[in-house]
Design a protein around this ligand. Structure first.
Ligand code: HEC
Length: 219
């Protein structure tokens, strides 16, 4: 389903050296600074490694590797490759209609004030799997956060989603992450990498969510 582990590691290594970051679209300021410093210093010495890396990425999973790793916060797995985009698009069809049809997260009915980097106002909804036991995510659990600019449903600005897929990314509680425009297209980093998959900046911040489950809502 994902790039096999060894190849993923090679890609991460090759790309770690040359990739700075595209994580500036939202936040994660501190680690961005560190990462880009590292990348700058290592560019010259890894010139030849770099070309090895690009040979690698012309292989079968080339598109995953080459477009995918740009945005991750050093060391995490690539995101935004072809497979992730396909999964992100499929996930949109799963959540399409959620505003009309899904339950609110218990206790979070209606628009509630949100925190940076998400919308100033937000609404949290969950699918049927999640509604069974909202505090304990299992395979198939989906939580959708609609982000609004103002306390007005006409100002929907983005839709952030987490879906639990067993085995997808065991290092970070198996969440698939995605961020959409209101029309269902995936948002992208400034470098044009789709925000779908194991998105480093989502994971980095949600690691602070408490309880090791990467969720803020249930703490
Ligand atoms: C800088 C920190 C930060 C980053 C980066 C971040 N989030 Fe969040 N996220 C939060 C906080 C804090 C909450 C709790 C609700 C709130 O106040 O917005 C939250 C809530 C959520 C929720 C509701 C479930 C929960 O954990 O409470 C979803 C879904 C979500 N974020 C998805 C994403 C996605 C997808 C990305 C990346 C595209 C992302 N987040 C990036 C901080 C972050």
């Amino acid at each position: 389903m994902r790039t096999p582990t060894p190849l993923r590691n090679i890609l991460s290594l090759a790309l770690l050296a040359s990739v700075s970051t595209a994580c500036t679209s939202d936040d994660m300021g501190t680690s961005d600074t560190t990462a880009s410093t590292t990348a700058t210093t290592s560019t010259t010495e890894t010139g030849s490694t770099g070309s090895t890396g690009s040979t690698g990425s012309t292989g079968s999973t080339g598109s995953t590797g080459s477009t995918g790793s740009t945005g991750s916060t050093g060391g995490s797995m690539p995101f935004g490759g072809e497979e992730d985009v396909a999964m992100g698009n499929a996930l949109w069809t799963e959540i399409d209609g959620h505003i009309a049809n899904w339950d609110a997260y218990p206790g979070k009915e209606g628009l509630v004030p949100g925190m940076s980097p998400h919308g100033a106002w937000q609404q949290l909804r969950i699918n049927g799997v999640a509604a069974n036991d909202p505090a304990n995510p299992v395979e198939g659990y989906i939580v959708v956060k609609d982000n609004y600019l103002e306390m007005d449903e006409a100002t929907l600005d983005s839709i952030t989603v987490m879906k639990k897929i067993d085995g997808y990314n065991p290092d970070a509680a198996d969440w698939f992450w995605a961020k959409y425009n209101p029309d269902g297209t995936l948002q992208e980093t400034p470098d044009g990498v789709a925000l779908a998959g194991a998105v480093g900046k989502c994971i980095g911040c949600h690691a602070g969510g408490g309880g090791g489950d990467y969720l803020y809502i249930n703490d």
